[in-house]
Structure formats: structure tokens, C-alpha cells
Design a protein around this ligand. Structure first.
Ligand code: 5GP
Length: 130
């Protein structure tokens, strides 16, 4: 069965899309740990990130880089961090999470509450800088 991220990539489940090419898809995490929390996913559906082919694994970071820079420009965090966890969704992905002065570091357990209008605005603000 297709993973929830494959369904998002296929457009069967809606997402706040940030960027896409033939191999990768980036979108806002629905339950953000900070404003601007983005998930970057290879379209190839593999559970464990270190089982990805080398070129797809390397390309994942290259695809994530301009998105991280866009987060830095859009929201001026201290910097944007990157986490790989993968305990909830069995489809390899990285989390890009801006770190703000009021909360240095991050925890995927701590969430911020954003309305759908605010999520849409966050997505627009990121895309403007890509
Ligand atoms: P992990 O697998 O790395 O532990 O976490 C998976 C992440 O995917 C979580 O931060 C969770 O909020 C996010 N997530 C799970 N289901 C959906 C979904 O349907 N849409 C979006 N945008 N994010 C999701």
C-alpha cells in the first residue's frame, strides 16, 4: 500500500506544497515543531533513509538546501536545522526546522499551533524565496 507521503505526492491527499521535481517533493509538516517546518521526501518510496540509492540520498540534501535558505530568508531564524527520525511514517524524509531565539534547538514532540490560513501564508512566504 502506498505510504501517506506517496499519496500526498500523487495529489490524493492535499498538502501545503513548497517545491517539487521529478525525484523529490517538499511540503509543510501538518503538525509543525516550529513555523516553517518542512518535510523533504524522495518520490522513491523506501522506508529507511540509509537504504536509499546513493544518488537519491545525496540529491535529497541538495534539493533541501535552497528550501533551507528560503526558510532562513523568509523567517530569519538563528538557523535551520535538519532532523531524520522516520518513526511515524515509513517513507524516508528529512525535517527542515527553523530554530528561533525563543526556542533554541528543537524537539519533534513540541508543536506549534497554526491555522490553515497561517499554514498557507507560511508556504507562500517560503515559495517567494525559492
Ligand atoms: P517521523 O516519521 O519523521 O517521525 O515524522 C513524520 C512527520 O510527518 C511528523 O512530523 C508528522 O507531523 C508528519 N505527517 C504525518 N502525516 C502527515 C500528513 O498527512 N501530512 C503532512 N503534511 N505531514 C504529515
Amino acid at each position: 500500500m502506498a505510504s501517506i507521503f506517496s499519496k500526498i505526492i500523487a495529489g490524493d491527499i492535499p498538502s501545503y506544497k513548497i517545491a517539487e521535481n521529478d525525484k523529490y517533493y517538499a511540503f509543510l509538516d501538518i503538525n509543525p515543531a516550529a513555523k516553517g517546518h518542512v518535510l523533504v521526501v524522495p518520490k522513491q518510496e523506501v522506508d529507511y533513509i540509509f537504504d536509499l540509492d546513493d544518488d537519491i540520498l545525496g540529491g535529497l540534501i541538495k534539493f533541501a538546501k535552497p528550501i533551507a535558505k528560503a526558510l532562513d530568508t523568509a523567517f530569519s531564524p538563528i538557523r535551520t536545522g535538519i532532523i531524520v527520525e522516520g518513526l511515524e511514517v515509513p517513507h524516508a524524509h528529512v525535517h527542515l526546522i527553523p530554530m528561533y531565539p525563543d526556542r533554541k534547538g528543537f524537539s519533534l514532540g513540541k508543536k506549534v499551533d497554526l491555522s490553515s490560513d497561517e499554514m498557507q501564508q507560511v508556504a507562500n512566504d517560503i515559495r517567494k524565496h525559492l
